[in-house]
Write a protein that binds this ligand. Structure first.
Ligand code: NAD
Length: 386
């Protein structure tokens, strides 16, 4: 029987469970690329639509795993050498963590976990794990590919509109008793006709392009593997050979590539300087894809009209993180991929991965990032180790 260490974000400050505003959510059985939604063996330890991404929710796994005889530890205490996470690592076989509250698995921490065999990202994006160190240690890294891609794409569309239409600063005026129309609209624009480009048109990036197409925007993308001609034509996409060509021409540039050594600070001060004055940067991928301080300088100086997203480094963001107070930011904590809808899918996918692991069955290739000492599955297509 195994020891499973599950790191989740803290419960709501108002207590758990919350009072839910809806009684049901739509059932999604298949994703846009044809992949089926998670198919764990029943029963799920939760009702889809419940808050299970926090400690008391335990991804709905606690009872099931304990009945199977495993030791299942759930904690949100993840940072520093005295954290519960680090204290438990020495004899842990499986680590589960979410990118929203990442348990950073550095090479040093992996070295302290000699029994570790499987690391599951309940969600998408496994950069909180040192993938090179995991590969060298023979650890399998898997994530629930596709589980929250639409959740993030919807968020990207929302914050793109919110930024361009100046929604966030306009909202408080009436609450404060005002009717400040000129103060709201002096930086409000239609997105129709604007150039929108995404760096990375994988599951999320392509879902964003599909959702923005009806807005009659001029859509662009760059990524490692060019999309097929039918998709390009259907969405009117212009392909760019590299990120530099793309960002220099865009009104709105969106980041949707994974974080790995070669993409760290992909958007640096030089790249930002090449962007049009008044361009917007949207980033719901990973914070370290951009130079944090170069973004602050460009937004403060008015070179960028705004920066919006939900990803920070580190997470949780420290109180003094400059994006908390940066002008014209459309930031939230890391929430786009953990809507209640997404939680049900990635919790079911986590259960599927665990059931396959404990029953000696292969993991779906689409879920794999690292296996057998190297990148595998989705990892092979989307990441580089060094
Ligand atoms: P994906 O694997 O489907 O797509 C990533 C795409 O990036 C691939 O098509 C790949 O070809 C391309 N790519 C990789 N390196 C590139 C490079 N250097 N230049 C151009 N293209 C490159 O992944 P996805 O599901 O679309 O997710 C993308 C990222 O979004 C994840 O890795 C994760 O970091 C982030 N994410 C964030 C949230 C959130 O809640 N904010 C949720 C899910 C995923």
């Amino acid at each position: 029987m195994a020891k499973i260490l599950c790191v989740l974000y803290p419960d709501p400050v108002s207590g758990y469970p919350p009072s839910y505003v809806r009684d049901d959510i739509p059932v999604i059985t298949r994703y846009a690329d044809g992949q089926t939604a998670p198919t764990p063996q029943q029963p799920l330890g939760f009702k889809p639509g419940e808050l299970i991404g926090c400690v008391s929710g335990a991804l709905g796994l606690q009872d099931y795993m304990e009945k199977k005889g495993h030791e299942f530890i759930v904690t949100s205490d993840k940072d520093g050498p005295d954290s519960e996470f680090e204290k438990q690592l020495h004899d842990t076989e499986v680590v589960i963590s979410q990118p929203f509250w990442p348990a950073y698995l550095s090479a040093e921490r992996i070295a302290k976990a000699p029994k570790l065999k499987l690391v599951v990202t309940a969600g998408v994006g496994s950069d909180h794990v040192d993938l090179d160190a995991a590969a060298k240690a023979g650890i399998t890294v898997a994530e629930v590919t596709n589980s929250n891609s639409v959740s993030v794409a919807e968020h990207v569309v929302m914050i793109t509109l919110a930024q361009l239409r100046n929604y966030l600063p306009s909202h408080p005026y009436f609450e404060q008793g005002g009717w400040n129309i000129a103060d709201c609209v002096w930086r409000s624009y239609d997105i129709q006709g604007m150039k929108f480009g995404t760096i990375g048109a994988g599951r999320i990036g392509l879902a964003v392009l599909r959702r923005l197409h009806p807005f009659e925007m001029d859509l662009h993308y760059t990524q490692r593997h060019r999309l097929d001609a039918t998709t390009e034509q259907a969405l009117g996409l212009t392909f760019h050979a590299d990120s530099g060509s793309l960002v220099s021409q865009m009104d709105i540039a969106n980041l949707q590539v994974p974080l790995y050594p070669a993409t760290r600070k992909l958007i640096d001060a030089r790249m930002i300087a090449s962007m049009k004055r008044g361009a917007y940067l949207i980033n719901c991928a990973r914070a370290e894809l951009v130079d944090r301080d170069a973004v602050v300088e460009a937004v403060t100086a008015g070179h960028l009209a705004g920066y919006a997203g939900d990803v920070w480094f580190p997470q949780p963001a420290p109180a003094g993180h400059p994006w908390r107070t940066m002008p014209f930011n459309g930031m939230t904590p890391h929430i786009s991929g953990t809507s209640l809808s997404a939680q049900g899918r990635y919790a079911a996918g986590t259960l599927e991965i665990l059931q396959d692991f404990f029953n000696g069955r292969p993991t779906r290739p689409a879920y794999l990032i690292v296996a057998g000492g190297n990148l595998a599955g989705t990892g092979e297509k989307s990441y580089e180790l060094r």
